[in-house]
Design a protein around this ligand. Structure first.
Ligand SMILES: Cc1cc2nc3c(=O)[nH]c(=O)nc-3n(C[C@H](O)[C@H](O)[C@H](O)COP(=O)(O)O)c2cc1C
Length: 165
């Protein structure tokens, strides 16, 4: 089974979870940003695991991304805008056949989320979602991840490999 983990991540939390999921799925599974996950990188893929941060209660839009780029003076670092939003990546994903799984990073109490939007778009592209998706928790607005989330992501990756494999 060929699996690829794809992420959008402005401050690195979602990227760290993506790398842990990829480790859990198994050796050789890449964790790629939406810029790196080109059609070539997806050639022959059976499972796409896609994740994004919840921003403004939803899968990040271009509007919230540009407002973050202009105005988050209290952020510990500049947001990484080097790769496109997961929303636009999924909307331009070439049609394929396979399975998908979704995850999000978020504050525990927030309404809204990303996984529904990811599942809907991946399904449209021909990658049938496995389950509702998984949430990984940060302790504050910009992170860090709550203790134990990296281990939980690795374990979830192992489970996904069993389900899809
Ligand atoms: C402008 C902004 C809006 C956010 N909105 C939400 C939100 O609506 N719900 C939520 O759970 N977390 C929200 N967060 C927290 C982020 O989802 C969280 O920090 C996430 O892990 C960031 O992921 P990244 O480091 O991969 O960019 C927000 C953070 C920022 C900076």
């Amino acid at each position: 089974m060929k699996a690829v983990v794809v992420y959008e991540s402005l401050w690195g939390n979602t990227a760290a979870i993506a790398r842990a999921i990829a480790e859990g799925i198994g050796e050789g599974t890449p964790a790629l940003s939406t810029a790196e996950a080109t059609p070539d990188a997806l050639e022959g893929v059976d499972l796409i695991v896609a994740g994004a941060p919840v921003l403004g209660f939803s899968l990040p839009t271009d509007t919230i991304r540009s407002s973050i780029e202009k105005g988050e003076p209290k952020a510990p670092a500049r947001p990484d805008m080097s790769h496109p939003s997961m929303r636009s990546w999924l909307d331009s994903l070439p049609k394929g056949t396979g399975r998908s799984a979704s995850f999000e990073t978020r504050i525990w109490w927030s309404p809204g989320g990303c996984t529904k939007g990811i599942n809907k778009r991946a399904g449209h592209a021909g990658y049938e979602p496995i389950g509702k998706g998984e949430r990984f928790i940060v302790t504050d607005r910009y992170g860090p991840l709550r203790d134990g989330e990296i281990e939980r992501a690795r374990a979830w990756g192992m489970e996904l490999a069993k389900t899809a494999g």
